[in-house]
Ligand binder design. Structure first.
Ligand SMILES: [Zn+2]
Length: 173
């Protein structure tokens, strides 16, 4: 099933999501992840957080190429109740979000991150990431906190972003 992705302006995108009890999630998780994956693929996204489909779980799914090779298969990374252990470096790159389609903004992110979380089997794992995965993890963890990538823009950029959103909004359904 393909979910409708919640767009900017919906209050659930600003909600800090509740820590998720894996035992509660477990029975619905396989189907939920399948649906989140289908949704993410349908809109050509790199990641999707639970509140972007209207659900209050500290859960996000990331779909990322397994290698740098062209047409590399996608790997699914599921993070549940993630916490940052370490962040290193800084890079300023363009970023977008399925909840603000069409908007691209240059914002700073750490280049390397280490997090702890539960994986889709409910196992406690540590993930060290750099490059696109590090960026996606930071983006999705922002969602779980009720934050959005545009929050990282400089004050000088914000009026332009507001104007751009106003222009884009009529195209969102
Ligand atoms: Zn997003």
């Amino acid at each position: 099933m393909i979910y409708k992705v919640v767009k900017y302006g919906d209050p659930i995108l600003r909600r800090k999501l509740k820590p998720t009890d894996f035992e509660v999630l477990k029975p619905i998780l396989p189907q939920l992840l399948k649906d989140m994956e289908e949704t993410c693929l349908a809109v050509h996204g790199v990641g999707l957080a639970a509140n972007q489909i209207g659900l209050d779980y500290r859960l996000a799914l990331i779909l990322i190429p397994e290698s740098d090779k062209k047409d590399a298969p996608l790997k699914r990374v599921v993070i549940i109740n993630p916490e940052f252990v370490d962040k290193q470096g800084e890079i300023i790159e363009e970023e977008g979000c399925l909840s603000l389609p069409g908007l691209w903004v240059e914002i700073p992110r750490a280049t390397d991150v280490t997090i702890t979380c539960l994986n889709e089997k409910g196992e406690a794992v540590k993930i060290r990431a750099r490059g696109l995965l590090a960026k996606a993890i930071q983006h999705e963890m922002d969602h779980l906190e009720g934050h959005l990538f545009i929050d990282h823009a400089t004050p000088a950029m914000k009026p332009g972003i507001k104007k751009e959103i106003k222009k884009l909004r009529p195209k969102w359904d």
